[in-house]
Design a protein around this ligand. Sequence first.
Ligand code: GLN
Length: 275
Amino acid sequence: MTIEELIVYGKKYTNSAHAKMLLASFLSVNPLELLTMLDKEVPTNTINIYKKSLEALKANRPIQYVIGHVNFYGSKFIVNENVLIPRFETEELVEYIKSYLITKKIKKPKILDLGCGSGVIGLSLKKFFEEAEVTLTDISNEALEVAKTNAKNLNLKVKFILSDWFSNIKEEKYDIIVSNPPYIETNEEIEEIVKNNEPHLALYGGIDGLDCYKKILKDINKYLKDSYLVAFEIDYLKGEKLKNIIENTIPNSKVINKKDLSNKDRMIFVEKNND
Ligand code: GLN
């Protein structure tokens, strides 16, 4: 069958954008290139994978798991059911940290990524700041395996620790502590495709969605240098509440709520500078 025939075939299972994304991914071209080669014959094994993947999409599996990777901040990251699918908003968290390190001219930052999942945050930072000393942690061994594979594929040397927040972290001081912890409320209604596929361990943050922040904040002070940046991704409705909690737990710091590109309160930064 040709590419064009396979796209038409795919539309019986999914929308044409997803059909093209699948084919493009399995043929290692980008979806726009695909349109310049519509009459090309596709090898049988690729057709078989494509057809199986269409079934998976029809069964409501997220396309990122079906393809097996995502693009995040310019790099390709493997993902599977053991890790949260990285979201675009999280790229903005990375971007802010990057600007902070550049502005402050911190050449060899020590960075801790708590609850790293696939490793997108810590590894993206390491890619940009080669000299940074980056540690990635997660409570899930399976997630850490995914993050390790990603580090290997991207040729990045970082440290991995299996840890329930700070439980296994030696008392060291960091310039940056970053986390996108689970923050969905236990009883919150969320999209079926998310609820049925992504790891609940990575999604749910207790009755008020703030359990993980509270656990992190309880211990965070002893892991921070004199000057530091703490960066959290947050539920857009929790900005003010978290700001209050942080002001009470990390004294004398500047707490900044920041909106994402969709104009939603999506990040909180806690800064302290002794210069
Ligand atoms: N840090 C990872 C991400 O941002 C995983 C976050 C999580 O599992 N809650 O995608």
